[in-house]
Design a protein around this ligand. Structure first.
Ligand SMILES: [Zn+2]
Length: 261
């Protein structure tokens, strides 16, 4: 079942089964749309809510899963990074574990998000923040100090990433965001984080230390697999479930290949 709560005038909707997923409604603007597997539970919420626009932080299926329903039933504009518009307009299939977790999203037609977006009362700064996904953006309200961080944060101490992700790019994106003033953060998997800026800084510190250790070991001659086994010895269940699409080795590889000069 979905759970609806409100923090700082932001409606926070939590759903998902084994992995929790959030979407947010602020000032008539829906931020992300959850997974397709959440649709039946979300329909009553959507039907009873005033929604003027929908912004998606990136095109992963747990963020765009109910966009097609919103387009067909709420007649509202949908916005996403311009490079994903074509991808989102086509049918897609995923590996079985992802289908089981999140379902398969239907195609939808989004408009390109600009570098600012307006809700009824507020202006939101749209910041490109690649790393977790090439098309990732976050939304910042400089008036209220609120950040919608998509999947930029997730956890302060990541031990696993997907094969397409880049730790150096994530670090650069976090640095960009941290140059701005904000307090609270709304994360699509951690939910409302009151001291968001501090936790995002904590994640950057953790990643910087981790990179230093990876590069140090690599200079000593350790291979990517050896570094992974030393620094991330626990094989989490998601590694085998995802057939290696999620793996700590992708952390090490992205650091070694992109940062070692
Ligand atoms: Zn994602």
């Amino acid at each position: 079942m979905i759970e609806v709560s409100e923090m700082e005038e932001v409606v926070c909707v939590k759903g998902g089964h084994s992995l929790q997923v959030y979407l947010f409604l602020v000032d008539g603007m829906l931020v992300d749309t959850g997974a397709q597997t959440m649709l039946q539970e979300l329909i009553p919420f959507y039907q009873s809510s005033l929604i003027d626009s929908v912004v998606m932080t990136h095109s992963h299926e747990d963020h765009v899963g109910t966009a097609a329903w919103l387009q067909q039933n709420k007649n509202v504009p949908l916005y996403i990074h311009p490079t994903s518009i074509e991808f989102c307009s086509k049918p897609i299939t995923y590996q079985l574990y992802r289908q089981n977790l999140w379902g398969i999203r239907d195609p939808f037609f989004a408009r390109p998000i600009a570098d600012t977006i307006h809700s009824k009362r507020f202006v939101w700064k749209v910041m490109e923040t690649p790393g977790h996904a090439d098309d990732h953006v976050v939304l910042l309200n400089e008036e209220t100090g609120q950040l919608f961080s998509g999947d930029l944060f997730l956890t302060p101490k990541p031990k696993i990433i997907m094969s397409h992700e880049s730790i150096p790019a994530i670090m650069n994106s976090i640095r960009t965001v941290l140059t701005h003033d904000f307090q609270s953060m709304f994360c699509c998997h951690a939910g409302y984080v009151a001291d968001g800026k501090r936790l995002l800084q904590m994640k950057l510190d953790y990643l910087e230390n981790m990179c230093g250790e990876i590069l140090h070991l690599h200079k000593q001659g350790y291979t990517i697999t050896e570094i992974k086994n030393r620094m991330f010895p626990n094989d989490l269940p998601i590694i085998s479930v995802s057939e290696g699409q999620f793996d700590s080795v992708h952390i090490v590889r992205s650091v070694v290949t992109e940062m070692d000069s």
